[in-house]
Design a binder for this molecule. Sequence first.
Ligand code: PGA
Length: 250
Amino acid sequence: MQTKIFDTPELLARTTAGDILELVKNKPNAVLCMASGETPKLTNEYIVEGAKKNGVDFSAVQFISLDEWAGVPKSNTGSCYYFLNETIFEPLAIPESNIHFFDGTAADLAAECERINRAIEKLQGIDLVLVGIGMNGHIGFNEPGTSPGLSAHVIELDATTLQVGQKYFSASTRLQKGISLGIAQIMQARLAILLASGTKKAGIIKKTLEEDITTAVPASILRRHNHAVTLLDKDAASLLNNRHLQEATK
Ligand code: PGA
């Protein structure tokens, strides 16, 4: 897996946004699966800015849900949907018919998983999946130990995710399960970008890139992806060894 390191979070976000805009320019009906969370905030800002400035048409782009908190409605400001709606769907006026998102409040979450699996099949796969990384190495809500063979599934969230996850909510929220695309679907995406920024991610990035490929660190499995790239700012890369840094900057 190629790794690129940028001096600042702004440069990281600008480059990531630029790559996504280029992809959409070349394939206006691209199928994108984009993470929510703190990491892609700035990237999404630059995507919207760039799309408006350069007239990149997003009206035919299809969006697939990466993950969602079970039991949390779309209207909750902490939901994954809310984040993407605020940062991408609304500003770029994405038609609702192009948004294929998990409903965390659906009575039958297994059926919800099937619905999204079918949407991906119908769209003939995902062109780009952009994931952040959890403090425990998760991608989407594929927690440590998750089978890499799964497609969309409901998962019991681990203690780290439950604790860290509170940061997205305006009031303390009861979280227990998540609904997530599986690692198999992330691995089948034609391009995968792993994005990380800040010193707090340095330890898990080192494990992901320099230690064993293991289900205990789900992001490490991306190293087996045919076309994946890790984009980091200097702080997230600060614990990587020199050999790796030299390879990365080639
Ligand atoms: P963050 O979340 O971008 O808010 O750090 C990443 C993740 O948990 O996948």
